[in-house]
Design a protein. Sequence first.
Length: 99
Amino acid sequence: MKCPACGNENQPGAKFCVHCGIVLGTASAPAWTAAPAGSASAPAPRPAAPVQPTPTPAPSVARPAAATGPAPAPAAAAAAAAPESTRKAGLMIAVIALL
């Protein structure tokens, strides 16, 4: 089957031209035609510059006033010590159970 746009031969029953990609088997001719090799043509139009989205400002969050009292004791230190004592107790029970 001969392509109506570029004139190249394609497999019988092909839906698209393997050379230019046009849909084959339609009755209407394409709106554009491929320029023969070596002919001068107008330069392709320049693509428009991409538009940068305008960043939206983040909503301001009211921050609480600084506390004037003493700082609270660190709870992380007390919580970290508890698993170690539990681990030691579990180890002692395991040793006694083996005896």
